[in-house]
Design a protein around this ligand. Structure first.
Ligand SMILES: Cc1ncc(C[n+]2csc(CCOP(=O)(O)OP(=O)(O)O)c2C)c(N)n1
Length: 514
């Protein structure tokens, strides 16, 4: 057995079932192993940004890591932006990055680069397997590190000779440390502060945004009158009919300030105080009101669900929450096609248990709002702000949850970063409906131009924010990658196309012409 095979067998032992990858020469022994080892599903993606984004989506939905296979520094570099998004979501991922054989590095061959340095900037754990006999043990440690609460990116560099030299065999899985229990004193202190009658908000992230956490949070809210809130961009939120609701913090700094005005106590559960996404001249970066007390109920690595449950019990809250989102499905939309009509169709037809991925940018606000009362679903947001994420995450979510419909709303600008996702969606027959908002513009940047005080922009400046000439034909682009596609120009047409798309299994794309 060589080092690569010992590593793949170890990954499988540790519960890693999927490898999203884009290999090169230095990863050929790893690739060759895939036919010799049962239990690892290889998924080819045609750009590393798709590889890493898919691993992010898989990690968020499966709650355990997939492996990626990346080609030296350039492969990792191409995948970096979506690793950034994944890091900001605390997604568990195990990157396997091939490198030159160690004796080859001295010759400075063309693909030589400082892979370790690059890996450190996006990973919580980094290691290079210095010989084939340690690759298995290193792999086990990588999975353990990735699964450490709340989840992180572990990058294992595999030099080519460590892959092809003889190894002793696979390593067993290492124990996974569960989220740490929150101290009783912490729970007591927060309970006492909440009992004090101050106007309070509880900001929840991580596992606290899954149904069980929300249930406990709902009990706390009902016992204290505290408002439940979540970040603008959440890694994963369960919501919809029958689920306890949280209010989303708005995007712009001054809106956040208004949203939090008057709060005297901010309790953090797995997150940090909200700040402005960007700095703007004359506008605040820090958005928590002056004098507002900030208390941490649970840190990201701690047990958020357990802490919320203990808090509800300490407050003597009723045993179950009573306030949940009602089921309210909109009528079929008619007339103009815009984010309102799309939102109505979405809420009408999104099936129970759907996975809603949101990179709709300026067209995302209404769909998010209206689906609050749709069938219950999982929602995922762009945690790191690096666009070109949604379609890639859809790949990973669909691989992780083959029995659930994935609905991905996407801006046309962001879509062009990682459009290759569609090819993998077709090849793997993934159950994904992609809705492209074709406004033919970087619309948000038109807003930001004024907000940062850079003026209205002359023709050259505005040309940098316009993607309408030539007009992108998403129907042809999708069909060219094997995904059935259609174009909607009216609300009625979209309604029909979307209703049809959710009924049929497999990848579909609808271009919404705005
Ligand atoms: C990697 C990366 N590059 C550039 C940006 C800057 N950026 C933010 S939004 C945006 C355009 C988004 O356009 P689109 O997806 O069409 O959405 P719209 O704003 O039109 O609603 C760009 C280029 C970014 N966030 N991330």
């Amino acid at each position: 057995m060589n080092g690569a095979e010992s590593l793949v067998r170890t990954l499988v032992n540790a519960g890693v079932e999927v490898c999203f990858g884009n290999p090169g020469t230095s990863e050929m022994h790893f690739v060759a192993t895939l036919d010799r080892v049962d239990g690892m599903r290889p998924v080819l993606c045609l750009f590393e940004g798709v590889v890493t984004g898919a691993a992010d989506g898989y990690g968020r939905m499966a709650g355990k890591p997939a492996a990626t296979l990346l080609h030296l520094g350039p492969g990792l570099g191409n995948g970096w932006a979506n690793l950034h998004n994944a890091r900001r979501a605390a997604s568990p991922i195990v990157n396997i990055v091939g490198d030159h054989a160690r004796y080859h590095l001295q010759y400075d061959a063309p693909l030589t680069s400082d892979v370790m340095a690059l890996a450190r900037t996006c990973s919580g754990w980094v290691h290079s397997s210095v010989n084939a006999r340690s690759a298995a043990a290193d792999g086990a440690r990588a999975v353990q590190a990735a699964r450490q609460a709340p989840g992180q990116i572990a990058t294992l560099v595999l030099p080519a000779d460590s892959a092809w030299d003889d190894a002793d065999g696979a390593a067993p899985a290492l124990p996974v440390t569960p989220p740490a229990a929150v101290a009783t004193e912490t729970v007591e202190a927060v309970a006492q502060a909440l009992r004090g009658g101050k106007r309070a908000a509880i900001l929840i992230r991580g596992a606290g945004l899954l149904k069980e956490g929300l249930e406990a949070a709902g009990r706390v809210a009902e016992a204290t009158g505290a408002k439940l809130i979540c970040d603008t961009f959440v890694p994963r939120l369960q919501r919809g009919a029958g689920v306890v609701e949280v209010e989303r913090i708005p995007y712009f700094a001054e809106q956040i300030v208004d949203f939090l005005a008057g709060y005297e106590l901010l309790v953090l559960v797995g997150g940090q105080p909200p700040v402005s996404f960007f700095a703007y001249p004359g506008k605040p970066s820090w958005c928590t009101p002056e004098g507002c007390r900030i208390m941490y109920l649970a840190q990201p690595h701690e047990d958020q669900i357990g802490a919320l449950t203990a808090l509800a019990d300490a407050l003597g809250a009723p045993p179950a929450a009573t306030k949940r989102a009602a089921r309210r499905l909109p009528d079929a939309p008619s007339g103009a096609l815009n984010q309102v009509s799309v939102a109505m169709s979405l809420a009408r037809f999104m099936p129970e248990g759907a996975i809603f991925i949101d990179e709709a940018a300026t067209n995302g606000l209404v769909p998010y709002g209206v689906t609050a009362n749709a069938a219950s679903h999982d929602y995922m947001g762009l945690t790191g702000g690096s666009i070109g994420w949604g379609m890639t995450v859809a790949v990973g979510a669909a691989v992780a949850c083959p029995d659930r419909k994935v609905v991905c709303l996407h801006g046309d600008g962001g879509a062009m970063y990682t459009l290759q996702s569609l090819w993998t969606q077709a090849r793997e027959n993934l159950d994904i409906v992609t809705v492209i908002f074709a406004n033919r513009s970087y619309a948000i940047l038109n807003i930001e131009l004024g907000r940062v005080g850079a003026g209205n922009g002359g023709p050259k400046a505005l040309s940098m924010l316009d993607i309408g000439d030539p007009a992108l034909d998403f129907v042809k682009l999708a069909e060219g990658m094997g995904v059935a596609a259609s174009r909607a120009t009216t609300a009625e047409a979209f309604n029909d196309q979307f209703a049809d798309a959710v009924k049929v299994r497999g990848p579909r794309l609808i271009e919404v012409v705005l």
